[in-house]
Design a protein around this ligand. Structure first.
Ligand SMILES: Cc1cc2nc3c(=O)[nH]c(=O)nc-3n(C[C@H](O)[C@H](O)[C@H](O)COP(=O)(O)OP(=O)(O)OC[C@H]3O[C@@H](n4cnc5c(N)ncnc54)[C@H](O)[C@@H]3O)c2cc1C
Length: 416
C-alpha cells in the first residue's frame, strides 16, 4: 500500500459504510474502507432492495395482547423466536417494547422521517454517478391484503402516511390486477406505494458504489475492525497491508457494530432481527412490483437472480445456526400469491438487521473517544437510509452545518 495514513478509516463496507465513504470523499476527505470480507457481502447482500421513501412508520414491537399471543404461539409467520435466546434478548426487547408505546413511538417516527424523506434524493446522485440507473425499478411496491381486518388497518396506515407527504393509492382487487397481473386471485385489495424505488440486485449496487469510490481515489483494504486502537491524536487498524492510521475512524459494522462499541465501553440497547431469503425462477407474466403480503409478513421482490422471497423477523442470537422455518411456512403462501418456479439457491440466505431499542440508527461521534464515529443500527431500512445518514455523518465529521437535525441519532441518548 502506498500510504500508511489517511484522513478517515471507514470500518465496514456494507451499504452504510460505502455510502458514508462516498459522502466523505465528496467533501475532500481521503478515505480507506476496511472490511474482513467483500463489499456488500453481509446484510446488504440479501435485502428486498427497497429504497423505502414510502415507509414512514418504523417497525414497532406489538403491544396488543392478541398479536403478542399470536406471535408467542407461533401463529404468525412475520416473527419467529428462539426461546432459548430470549433471556439474552430480553433487556433489548423490554426497551424496544417501551419505545413502541403510544407515548414514545411518535419520537421514532419523527426521528426516522428526515432520513426517509432524503433517502432517494441522496442515493440518486450516487446511482447516476455510478452509471447503474438500470438497476432501479421505479414502480414502487404493493401491499396486498386478504381480510377485512387487514384491509381496514392497511387503509388507515395509508391515510396516515399521506400526512407525511407519501403517495399511497388504495386499489380494489380489479385495479390491483390491472396494475400487477402476476398476482393471483384471493386478494381483497391493495395499497400501491409508488414513491419507493427497488434495487434489482443489492450486491451489484454495493459493487458499483465501491467502483465509484475507487475511481475517486479510495481503496478497500482487508482487515479486522477489532484491531482498532486509539493512538495519540489518531486511530490505527491492522490490515493485510500493515498498520493503517487515520485521524478519524467510523464504525459502520452493521450487526457487528454493537460488539465493537461494547469493546470500547459503550453498552447499547441493541438486538438483531434475523431474516432469510430464497430465489425462485420467475415465470410469465413477470412480476413488476415488490409485493408485501401484510398478513403473513413477507415480501416477494423481482430481482435479477429471480423472484426473491424475504422473511420477516427472527429473534435469535446473531450467530446461532440458521432455522429457516419462516421461509418454509411462507413458501406455499407466496406460491398462492404469484407463480414461483423452482428454488434457485441451494441454501437460504441469512442476514441480521441491526436494531436499536428506539428504532433509530446511531449516527454521530463516540462520546468518550475523540475522532471515533458510529454509523450502524439502521434495522429494517439500512439500504434506504444509507446515503441520507452517510451525508449527515460526513457533514458532522467535516464540521459542516448538518442538513437535518442530528440529535435523534446521537450515541449519547443511550451511552454518555
Ligand atoms: C431479509 C431482509 C430484508 C431487508 N430488506 C430491506 C429493504 O428492502 N430495504 C432496506 O432499506 N433495508 C432492508 N433490510 C435491512 C438492510 O439490509 C440492512 O439494514 C443493511 O444492509 C445494513 O447495512 P450495513 O452496511 O449497516 O451492514 P452490513 O451490510 O452487514 O455491513 C457490515 C460490514 O461490516 C463488516 N464487518 C463486520 N465485522 C467486521 C470486522 N470485525 N472487521 C472488518 N469488517 C467487519 C462486514 O463484513 C460487512 O461488510 C433488510 C434486511 C433483511 C435481513
Amino acid at each position: 500500500m502506498q500510504n500508511k495514513s489517511t484522513d478517515v478509516l471507514v470500518l465496514g463496507a456494507g451499504i452504510v459504510g460505502l455510502s458514508a465513504a462516498l459522502k466523505l470523499q465528496e467533501r475532500g476527505r481521503d478515505v480507506v474502507l476496511v472490511d474482513r470480507a467483500q463489499a456488500g457481502a453481509a446484510t446488504s447482500f440479501g435485502n428486498a432492495g427497497l429504497i423505502e421513501r414510502s415507509t414512514v412508520f418504523p417497525y414497532a414491537f406489538p403491544r396488543d395482547l392478541k398479536t403478542l399471543f399470536a406471535y408467542a404461539l407461533g401463529r404468525r409467520t412475520a416473527a419467529h423466536y428462539h426461546w432459548r435466546a430470549l433471556p439474552a434478548l430480553l433487556p433489548w426487547i423490554w426497551r424496544y417494547w417501551q419505545h413502541s408505546s403510544p407515548a414514545l413511538y411518535p419520537q421514532a417516527i419523527a426521528g426516522a422521517l428526515p432520513l426517509i424523506e432524503h433517502s432517494w434524493s441522496e442515493h440518486q446522485p450516487l446511482i447516476a454517478a455510478a452509471g447503474i440507473q438500470d438497476l432501479v425499478n421505479e414502480r414502487g411496491w404493493i401491499k396486498v391484503f386478504r381480510t377485512q381486518e387487514s384491509a381496514d388497518q392497511s387503509l388507515a396506515m395509508a391515510e396516515q402516511s399521506r400526512h407525511y407527504g407519501v403517495q399511497a393509492h388504495a386499489l380494489t382487487a380489479a385495479q390491483m390486477w390491472a396494475l400487477e397481473p402476476a398476482v393471483k386471485t384471493g386478494v381483497l385489495g391493495a395499497v400501491h406505494y409508488p414513491d419507493a424505488r427497488q434495487i434489482q440486485d443489492p450486491q451489484a449496487l454495493s459493487t458499483a458504489y465501491l467502483k465509484l469510490f475507487e475511481q475517486r481515489g479510495g481503496r478497500l483494504v482487508q482487515g479486522d475492525a477489532r484491531t482498532l486502537q486509539a493512538q495519540a491524536q489518531s486511530w490505527s487498524v491492522q490490515t493485510d497491508e500493515g498498520l493503517l492510521h487515520a485521524t478519524q475512524a467510523v464504525l459502520a459494522l452493521g450487526p457487528w457494530g454493537e460488539d465493537m462499541a461494547r469493546q470500547l465501553g459503550y453498552h447499547l440497547p441493541m438486538g438483531r432481527k434475523r431474516g432469510y431469503h430464497m430465489h425462485f425462477q420467475a415465470s410469465a407474466p413477470a412480476l413488476k412490483h415488490t409485493i408485501v403480503d401484510v398478513e403473513n409478513g413477507y415480501a416477494i421482490a423481482p430481482m435479477r437472480q429471480g423472484l426473491r422471497l424475504t422473511t420477516g423477523a427472527e429473534f435469535a442470537l446473531r450467530d446461532a445456526p440458521a432455522t429457516p422455518v419462516q421461509l418454509e411456512r411462507i413458501e406455499p403462501m407466496a406460491r398462492s400469491l404469484t407463480a414461483l418456479g423452482e428454488r434457485v439457491d441451494t441454501q437460504p440466505w441469512l442476514g441480521s438487521r441491526p436494531c436499536t431499542a428506539d428504532m433509530l440508527p446511531l449516527v454521530g461521534s463516540a462520546p468518550r473517544h475523540p475522532g471515533l464515529w458510529f454509523s450502524f443500527g439502521h434495522a429494517h431500512h439500512g439500504l434506504t437510509q444509507a446515503a441520507s445518514s452517510g451525508r449527515l455523518l460526513a457533514e458532522l465529521m467535516c464540521g459542516e452545518t448538518p442538513y437535518i437535525d442530528p440529535r435523534p441519532y446521537r450515541v449519547e441518548r443511550f451511552s454518555a
